[in-house]
Write a protein that binds this ligand. Structure first.
Ligand SMILES: *[C@@H]1O[C@H](CO)[C@@H](O)[C@H](O)[C@H]1NC(C)=O
Ligand SMILES: *[C@@H]1O[C@H](CO)[C@@H](O)[C@H](O)[C@H]1NC(C)=O
Ligand SMILES: *[C@@H]1O[C@H](CO)[C@@H](O)[C@H](O)[C@H]1NC(C)=O
Ligand SMILES: *[C@@H]1O[C@H](CO)[C@@H](O)[C@H](O)[C@H]1NC(C)=O
Ligand SMILES: *[C@@H]1O[C@H](CO)[C@@H](O)[C@H](O)[C@H]1NC(C)=O
Ligand SMILES: [Zn+2]
Length: 444
């Protein structure tokens, strides 16, 4: 939810970017495992180790297919695939005027009608679209007694201690990644997959989406897509933006509680206030506030920086004590097929809570049967021992995964990407580049 990147860090990002795209250098990390082994301290951060830029060929080679990082996304000139896709969904986008500025200055919309015709979350916290045919936003999880656990604004270059902690707890979460951050920190993004977290889109550049033109809003999502879920930066969504997201098969995930962890580094809140927000959330759980179906909890918290990650670690025991289950949002939704790539899967809620927190997706065989690789928690650490627990699963529940977001999954052109995974040159999606490298690393 923080505004990313703040202008003061643009220069730093630019320098980092320079080292990302430059030629290979001594000391480069080239694998997820190498990156994950750099032990950052929490706190204090050693920015020279974990946060040093590195050359990573799969991303460098794909950069021309993406908008410039650290800036608002626009459709890449000559990208006919994106243009065709945009043209094909154009008619689904309602005629709602953009609001305010991409930086969130909404003073020009002061006279926005109080009956909220656009279901604009920023003004009214509206989560039930008024435009027919749009699915409601997810801001609570269906499973009672459950916390849909997630973090915004990653991947952060200094996240190893935080991810180590989650791994020690065998705790998975939903990571809402900013596209630009994935470009700068591809190996850190891969770690999220290796560790079994769910990845959702948090747009390319983290601007207020309702301010953008149809085409620019499309670009913010398109170049970050192969996940099937997204969270609007600042929660800023209305029916126009929902329509674009839905046309790209992205389920909109909001939250009901805010830890306000994102306010501390900029001095707008104190650590005590954040801890109290976590306390209130935990107490709500303890007093039955999340006991009924579709009223499980979602609290907004961030991978953003060392403070937010440390606050997540410090408050985890509290949540563990207050909730019966803490699972990624997609797991609470039984969303077993979280990405366009069938290569990756999430466990069902039942599987997760009975201990299978990581499953690998389907590998198509020549005869069309499928194979599912179930990974034990120990194998989730990025070793490639997955094949030892290989088991045939044709016809089991994993196989229906593609249906898990209702029948909308697969209805967009993105599904065509399934057939193009072997040829990254034709893929237009950032995460696909990362996923492809990830699966290549696992030798699947
Ligand atoms: C990542 O965390 C570090 C340490 O707190 C912070 O300085 C940096 O700005 C963060 N990076 C991003 C992209 O937010
Ligand atoms: C998830 O699956 C479990 C077990 O089959 C079921 O009880 C639950 O209702 C499902 N949740 C959703 C949201 O479909
Ligand atoms: C697919 O989704 C629809 C709508 O949610 C549901 O009615 C149907 O049972 C699902 N089919 C399978 C095979 O899961
Ligand atoms: C499901 O598929 C049917 C038939 O293809 C279509 O009419 C309907 O709009 C789809 N529903 C969703 C939510 O995509
Ligand atoms: C899975 O990933 C591998 C390696 O990138 C690729 O060869 C294969 O086609 C992928 N399969 C699917 C179904 O995505
Ligand atoms: Zn954010």
């Amino acid at each position: 939810m923080r505004y990313l990147p703040p202008s003061s860090s643009l220069l730093a990002l630019g320098l980092l970017f320079a080292s990302v795209v430059a030629k290979p250098q001594d000391g480069d990390r080239t694998t997820e495992q190498e990156e994950a082994q750099i032990k950052g301290a929490l706190p204090p951060l050693d920015p020279n180790a974990e946060c040093a830029g590195y050359y990573y060929a799969p991303v460098s080679n794909a950069l021309s297919q993406f908008p410039a990082p650290a800036a608002q996304a626009h459709m890449v000139p000559g990208d006919t695939e994106a243009q065709d896709k945009f043209n094909s969904i154009k008619d689904l986008i309602p005629n709602i005027a953009p609001k305010g500025t991409p930086e969130g200055d909404f003073s020009s919309v002061a006279s926005y009608p109080s009956d909220d015709p656009d279901c604009w979350w920023t003004r009214t916290q509206c989560v039930s679209p008024k435009l027919q045919g749009l699915p409601p936003d997810i801001f609570e999880v269906p499973e009672p007694l459950t916390n849909g656990y997630g973090f915004d604004d990653g991947p952060n270059c200094s996240h190893n201690a935080f991810y180590d902690f989650l791994q020690e707890q065998n705790q998975k979460a939903t990571m809402f990644f900013v596209g630009t951050n994935v470009i700068y920190q591809p190996l850190e993004a891969q770690r999220a997959l290796t560790d079994g977290h769910e990845i959702c889109v948090h747009t390319w550049s983290h601007h207020y989406m309702t301010a953008l033109s149809n085409e620019d809003a499309f670009a913010e999502l398109w170049y970050s897509v192969t996940p099937t879920c997204w969270r609007p930066p600042f929660g800023d969504v209305d029916d126009r933006i929902r329509a674009i997201a839905a046309a790209l098969n992205l389920q909109t995930i909001l939250w009901k509680y805010d830890s306000f962890d994102w306010k501390v580094t900029s001095g707008q809140a104190t650590p005590d206030q954040v801890n109290k927000n976590y306390d209130d959330f935990a107490n709500t759980a303890k007093t039955g506030g999340f006991d009924t179906p579709w009223h499980g909890g979602i609290i907004l918290s961030h991978e953003g920086d060392q403070f937010t990650m440390q606050a997540a670690i410090d408050n985890y025991p509290k949540l563990k004590d207050a909730f019966k289950y803490i699972v990624p949002v997609g797991v609470a939704l039984n969303k077993t097929r979280p990405y366009v790539e069938a290569n990756y899967s999430l466990p069902t809620f039942d599987k997760y809570i009975s201990g299978t927190t990581v499953v690998l997706g389907e590998t198509p065989q020549s005869d069309g049967a499928t194979t599912s690789l179930a990974l034990g928690a120990a194998a989730a650490s990025g070793t490639s021992t997955a094949k030892s627990s290989q088991s045939s699963s044709a016809g089991d529940s994993n196989h229906q995964a593609g249906n898990s977001t209702g029948n909308s999954t697969g209805s967009s052109g993105k599904n065509d990407a399934l057939s193009t995974i072997g040829s990254p040159a034709s893929s237009q999606w950032l995460i696909m580049v990362v996923l492809t490298a990830f699966f290549a690393a696992l030798h699947l």
